[in-house]
Design a protein around this ligand. Structure first.
Ligand code: GLN
Length: 319
């Protein structure tokens, strides 16, 4: 086993869970009513090792929408189906140093990276327009959803239609980003703008829970082989690219500080979810809706910092 004394490890995770539970900082997202109604007390942690040992504690079965946690997944899918050369003709690999939805492109007039809204919207246009271009949006939705599900050991994902409709209604900034990119001819030819935006909102509105997301994180930790099904879902070079950008760009405008303090690839979402990857060891998913001013889950961050205090998981701990 990659973690020989799993029972002992679990004790630490439990303690860290209860410590973080008492935190009352942060505010749940309020830009759409469905997220504003989230229960700030919800708190779950799931762990899945690369050899399939699992542990979860708290609200690990309640569904939440993926939101920005879908960004590394759509990016992974684009790398897998189109290859990194094609994807990075359109999208950069540099942290933006700005908010996730800031109206800004890089010096080449491309989105900075696939982990912020502009980049993720562009990834959606690549998936829709370049990979199996004849699929309808409905077919593409099923195709993407089943790809995500394979990353999660064939667990089924859900879809929250109320969130989807609200996202689309409250999307002035995302449309502004979308049009700004169209002005600068960022999209592949033949992109259907409306479909591309809908596809992005749909990816944000897919639902899963901590247990399911920890398997996805574990698949990334395991170089693309799902530890539950042993299915090869991603090539190692795709995983390397996804983890690199999660490491440098996954935590909004806190990414640099997170890379410094925690030193692990991670991705947060506005629903309060966080995917954390300990390469070659395990995947973790935490979920707690209250967010700090930069948009990261307060309990999730505290949990990660504590994890690094107790274990030598930081990328440069073993130097
Ligand atoms: N749906 C959100 C948006 O597009 C997702 C962003 C996030 O999770 N930070 O604004």
């Amino acid at each position: 086993f990659v973690i020989p004394d799993f029972q002992d490890f679990i004790k630490d995770i439990e303690e860290m869970y209860w410590t973080a539970k008492s935190i009352t900082d942060g505010k749940v997202a309020s830009y759409i009513p469905q997220l504003a109604r989230a229960n700030p007390d919800n708190w779950g942690v799931s762990v899945c090792t690369i050899d399939g040992q699992r542990f979860s504690i708290g609200d690990v079965n309640l569904p939440f929408t993926l939101q920005s946690c879908s960004k590394p997944l759509t990016y992974a899918m684009a790398l897998e189906t189109l290859g990194p050369e094609v994807v990075h003709q359109y999208i950069g690999t540099e942290p933006s140093g700005r908010n996730f939805n800031e109206l800004v492109l890089d010096y080449n007039m491309k989105p900075h990276n696939p982990m912020i809204n502009a980049g993720a919207i562009l990834v959606c246009s690549l998936l829709k327009t370049l990979d199996k271009p004849d699929m309808t949006l409905a077919e593409k939705f099923d195709y993407v959803m089943s790809f995500f599900s394979r990353l999660a050991g064939n667990e089924l994902l859900g879809f929250n239609n109320a969130v989807f409709l609200s996202e689309r209604e409250a999307a002035d900034r995302n449309y502004a980003l979308g049009f700004y990119m169209r002005e600068h001819k960022c999209y592949p030819e033949k992109t259907n703008f409306r479909e591309c935006m809908d596809f992005y909102f749909q990816c944000c509105s897919m639902e899963a829970n901590c247990d399911i997301m920890s398997i996805m994180a574990a698949t990334l930790a395991n170089g693309g082989i799902c530890p539950i099904t042993d299915e090869k879902t991603l090539r190692p070079d795709s995983v390397r690219n996804v983890l690199s950008l999660m490491h440098s760009c996954g935590m909004y405008d806190y990414s640099g500080q997170f890379a410094f303090k925690v030193g692990l690839p991670a991705k947060s979402g506005v629903s309060g979810a966080m995917l954390i990857v300990v390469p070659n060891v395990m995947g973790i998913c935490t979920w707690s809706p209250p967010l700090d001013p930069l948009g990261n889950s307060c309990r999730g961050l505290q949990f990660c910092e504590e994890l690094i205090k107790r274990f030598n998981f930081h990328k440069y701990d073993n130097i």
